[in-house]
Design a protein around this ligand. Structure first.
Ligand SMILES: CC(=O)SCCNC(=O)CCNC(=O)[C@H](O)C(C)(C)COP(=O)(O)OP(=O)(O)OC[C@H]1O[C@@H](n2cnc3c(N)ncnc32)[C@H](O)[C@@H]1OP(=O)(O)O
Ligand SMILES: O=C([O-])CC(=O)C(=O)O
Length: 444
């Protein structure tokens, strides 16, 4: 590979592809499909969830604490109200639109358990082939390969898409956990163990059961994981991976291709991939800040991160900020309520103090150094990685955990798109290109 070639040609791309910022304003282009104050361009209607981040007072929109509803039910009420199969209960709600009664929940769990199996030798022939640290890529590969085992792959009837969706929801924990075990064995030299899921356990329990060598977990651990999954399940039609789901669905593509595209979107560090980044950033802070109890030292280091002088030099404090929320993300608030308790039980109080300090300081620093219209606060991913680390879940599985939950939201949105929209999503790009006469090779 000739590095110099790519360096030189990248410089060409930088020059040829550069579009002056002022042109976006001149042509009224909403960068990131967002207004100048960060509000998303209205692109659809949905009945699946609702997000509130501002209120109208005296005719003016003012930021407020974030609120989230799934199918009409507030997230706090769901988290507090659900039983020991919370993931299944909320998945049913999101997919079917109503809370299940006991009989409906039992039948739903039975279906999920029956669907929780992979084709023969799939683990050996697909998941263990070319394993790698990026489990999201491994899952995407597996999802696309599963398409070739489905006789009705391209049948986009609601009935068939629901079957395909429930099947993928069921096997996602296996694709992720086995993908990790393959990586742990082949790349990290660890022992290989593939535990089959137990049909009598919930999704959250099965994740821990398949992941741990001794298959053991406590009730509290399963409950915490179940709650974490619910918090990640759904977030409107506009988030990057759900919008991707909508866009690819609108072209008439099949369920496997749509979910592969959604996974590819989710893994980005500005979206679901942020949970891995948060934990890496916290480790980096611990490494570089002499006294992590000294807020002054933490502040200076966070300033360096925002100034692109430290950590991954992206200028981002991961786990902070949100495209919609301003003052608070209700899911981060819920996480925080049990993070403190869990940290105390696991002897991780010092880590908890550091997280709390970053949560307090980061919005001030980002506010000082960036143009913030709506305010910045901790998002769902700020505490999630910390929670997973306390459950001894390996770092490589943090974004896959998000995917195991969000696939429910993607599926609900895919079905809503199929039922209501028969128009391909196709926004416009204003061309600023100049036409040119073709120049024959000898004259260039
Ligand atoms: C599940 C989820 O997807 S939740 C989000 C997970 N992502 C992260 O935690 C990554 C860190 N956060 C971010 O990158 C952003 O806050 C996003 C992508 C989530 C939202 O981005 P936006 O909607 O553009 O945020 P917003 O409009 O509030 O940003 C305003 C300014 O603040 C900056 N800003 C926002 N969040 C941060 C942050 N965490 N660190 C540093 N600067 C930030 C933006 O870069 C922007 O500055 P600019 O105009 O100079 O480019
Ligand atoms: O809504 C967004 O932009 C990001 C997202 O998916 C979430 O917060 O869960």
């Amino acid at each position: 590979m000739n590095d110099a070639y790519f360096k030189e040609k990248a410089a060409c791309c930088m020059t040829e592809d550069k579009i002056e910022r002022n042109l976006f304003d001149e042509f009224g282009v909403k960068r990131g499909l967002r207004d100048f104050n960060g509000k998303g361009v209205l692109t659809g209607l949905t009945n699946i969830s609702k997000i509130e981040s501002s209120k109208v007072m005296d005719g003016k929109s003012v930021p407020c604490d974030g609120k989230l509803w799934f199918r009409g039910y507030e997230i706090n009420d769901l988290v507090n109200g659900i039983g020991d199969r919370g993931f299944e209960e909320v998945a049913y709600l999101l997919l079917m639109g109503e809370l299940p009664d006991r009989e409906e929940l039992d039948a739903f769990c039975k279906e999920l358990n029956e669907l929780r199996r992979l084709p023969q030798n799939f683990t050996r022939d697909v998941i263990m082939k070319a394993p790698g640290q990026d489990i999201m890529n491994s899952m995407t590969k597996s999802v696309l390969t599963l398409a070739s085992y489905d006789d009705r792959v391209s049948d986009n009837s609601v009935e068939n898409v629901l079957r395909q969706s429930m099947s993928l929801i069921s096997v996602f924990p296996m694709l992720a956990v086995y993908g990790y075990h393959a990586y742990n064995h082949y790349d990290l030299g660890g022992s290989m163990y593939i535990h089959r899921p137990d049909p009598n356990r919930s999704t959250a329990e099965n994740i821990l059961y398949m992941l741990r060598p001794d298959q053991k977990y406590t009730e509290l651990e399963a409950r915490v994981l179940d709650t974490a999954l619910i918090l990640h399940m759904e977030h409107g039609g506009g988030n990057n991976s759900t919008f991707t789901t909508r866009v690819v669905t609108s072209s008439g593509s099949d369920t496997y291709s749509v979910i592969a595209a959604a996974l590819s979107s989710l893994k980005g560090p500005k979206h679901g991939g942020a949970n891995i980044k948060v934990v890496r950033m916290m480790n980096d802070i611990r490494e570089h800040v002499g006294d992590t109890a000294d807020e002054g030292e933490i502040r200076s280091y966070l300033e360096k991160i925002v100034d692109k002088e430290a950590f991954d030099r992206s200028g981002l404090i991961y786990g902070m900020g949100h495209a919609v929320y301003s003052l608070s993300d209700p899911r981060a608030q819920i996480f925080k309520t049990f993070v403190e308790k869990l940290a105390h039980e696991k002897g991780r109080e010092a880590d908890y103090q550091l997280y709390s300090a970053v949560e307090r300081l980061a919005p001030q620093i980002i506010g000082e150094k960036r143009k913030i219209y709506k305010g910045v606060s901790a998002n769902v991913d700020f505490y999630s990685g910390f929670v997973y680390s306390m459950l001894d879940i390996p770092l490589e599985l943090y974004t896959p955990m998000f995917a195991m939950a969000r696939i429910v939201g993607w599926s609900a949105h895919r079905i809503e798109e199929l039922i209501n929209m028969d128009k391909i999503i196709r926004p416009a790009y204003k061309s600023i290109m100049k036409e040119r006469e073709y120049v024959p090779m000898e004259q260039r």
